[in-house]
Design a binder for this molecule. Structure first.
Ligand SMILES: [Zn+2]
Ligand SMILES: [Zn+2]
Length: 128
């Protein structure tokens, strides 16, 4: 943290994540923030926050890019060969980080730089 100047746009964007506690797609964010900033500003801030290690991104089932805050349980993304999977509900579309850690085995003669695991199913609200 600290590299990013906390402009009003950055604060507004981070606020969306703090209120939702789940992952948000770029489409959602552009939609929610469209009265405050334009699409390219949203994209630019997301990239900066990811570079700064505040957010991480992954690709959902729909091919959209989703962003989520790092939290204490799952900030091990690219630092070592542990990763947390993401979950997407096929009924309501809710997408979240799962606070479990999956060790990625080393693969002979390959250098692995990123891992992406997407679990698709039904969330607690939809399964009942
Ligand atoms: Zn659901
Ligand atoms: Zn995550």
């Amino acid at each position: 943290m600290g590299i990013i100047r906390k402009t009003r746009s950055v604060k507004a964007l981070l606020n969306e994540f703090e209120q939702n506690k789940t992952a948000l797609s770029t489409l959602d964010l552009v939609d929610r923030l469209n009265h405050q900033m334009n699409k390219s500003t949203v994209y630019r801030i997301l990239e900066r926050l990811e570079d700064d290690g505040i957010l991480h991104s992954f690709t959902g089932q729909d091919g959209l890019t989703w962003y989520a805050l790092h939290n204490d349980n799952n900030c091990s993304h690219s630092h070592n060969f542990n990763t947390h999977p993401h979950f997407q509900c096929r009924d309501c579309g809710k997408t979240e980080c799962l606070s479990i850690s999956i060790p990625i085995p080393e693969v002979k003669e390959h250098s692995i730089e990123s891992v992406s695991l997407l679990l698709v199913g039904r969330c607690a609200d939809c399964v009942s």
